[in-house]
Structure formats: structure tokens, C-alpha cells
Design a protein around this ligand. Structure first.
Ligand code: ADP
Length: 180
């Protein structure tokens, strides 16, 4: 019997958007088991703590149609991506690409990771054009300013954002939607 093909889809998922979910659905078709790795990434100053991001992603996975949820596992990780990949027996790392904006960063990361472990392939997937432009960063900025995020995230995630921005603890980190 051939070994099951394990893939990981790593990211910050702060919070998970419809773009991420689209990539998850596509990735699940390519592998037997998909591990979604939620990076702690404290350096990025995430809006949601790691445990909550994991919980939110699990909730989204549980809502996937077509029974894919059974083959998908969501785990936090804090280590080097390649070490995490090895620890779960992954042979494939899945990343999403949005237009040209992600290319430079993803290209560098893929090359450096390939040097660290040439046995693991990095596969890039594109979300459907409806979701291509969505980024967690803009979703947070729109949410922080009281805008409607329902086109970009699930109703569950929208409710989490609303709750988070309603709490006095969470100050928007940026004042307006602005290009960097
Ligand atoms: P990271 O901090 O690793 O960039 P993100 O959660 O922002 O984490 O993204 C995880 C992965 O999902 C990245 O490969 C990113 O390019 C991809 N991604 C995010 N949003 C989209 C989208 N709308 N369409 C396609 N890929 C996406």
C-alpha cells in the first residue's frame, strides 16, 4: 500500500478569510491528509491569539461541504516551517498566491525552504478570482473601521471580528485602509 500523501498549508490566518478557505478546499483535493499549520507569529502582532486563530480555522474546516473535514487537521506551530513539515510527515507544502503581490516574498521563502529540505515540494495554488484579492490585513482594517466584511469572510469570522473590535482592548493598529 502506498503511503498517504500528507500536505501542510501554513499561515498566520489572522483571521481565516474566504481566500484561505478556497485554498484549503483546493489543497484537500491534492493530498490524502492536510495539516493546516497556524503560525504563532507573535512578531506580526496578530489580532487574534494563536489559540483563537486555531479555533476559528477548526470551525471553518468543520463547515466545509463534501466531507473533506475528516482529512484535515488544524495545529498551531512555532517552529521552523520545515521542521514542522517533517514532524507531521508532510511531503508537500501548500501556499496561496495572489496576483503578483505575493510573488517576491513567496519566491524567496520557497527557495530558502528548498535549501533547508529539498525532499519537500512547495506547491502554489491560486484562489478563484472572486477571492484572489482578499487579505486578512485589509479585512482587519475594514472591520476596525466598522465596515462590512461579509464578502470576505464567513459569517462566523465576521462575528468574531465584530466582537473583537467591540472590546475596548482592541485598538485598530492602522487608521485607514491605505496602500503600503
Ligand atoms: P502568512 O503570514 O504566512 O503570509 P497568511 O495567513 O497571510 O499567512 O497566508 C497564508 C497563505 O495563504 C499564504 O501563502 C498567502 O499567500 C495565502 N493567501 C492568503 N489570502 C489568499 C487569497 N485571497 N488567495 C490566495 N492565497 C491567499
Amino acid at each position: 500500500m502506498t503511503e498517504p500523501r500528507v500536505g501542510i498549508y501554513p499561515g498566520t490566518f489572522d483571521p481565516i478569510t474566504n481566500g484561505h478557505s478556497d485554498i484549503i478546499r483546493r489543497a484537500a483535493r491534492l493530498v490524502d491528509r492536510l495539516v493546516i499549520g497556524v503560525a504563532r507569529n507573535d512578531g506580526k502582532g496578530p489580532l487574534f491569539p494563536t489559540e483563537e486563530r486555531v479555533e476559528i480555522v477548526r470551525d471553518e474546516v468543520a463547515h466545509l461541504e463534501n466531507g473533506d473535514a475528516e482529512r484535515i487537521e488544524v495545529r498551531p506551530f512555532d517552529s521552523l516551517l520545515m521542521h514542522f513539515a517533517q514532524s507531521v510527515g508532510a511531503k508537500v507544502i501548500i501556499r496561496g498566491l495572489r496576483a503578483v503581490s505575493d510573488f517576491e516574498y513567496e519566491f524567496q521563502m520557497a527557495n530558502m525552504n528548498a535549501q533547508l529540505n529539498p525532499e519537500i515540494e512547495i506547491v502554489f495554488l491560486m484562489a478563484s478570482d472572486r477571492y484572489q484579492f482578499i487579505s486578512s490585513r485589509f479585512v482587519k482594517e475594514i472591520g476596525a473601521l466598522g465596515g462590512d466584511v461579509s464578502h470576505f469572510v464567513s459569517p462566523r469570522v465576521a462575528a468574531r471580528l465584530l466582537a473583537r473590535f467591540a472590546s475596548p482592548r482592541s485598538k485598530p493598529r492602522r487608521r485607514a485602509v491605505a496602500a503600503e
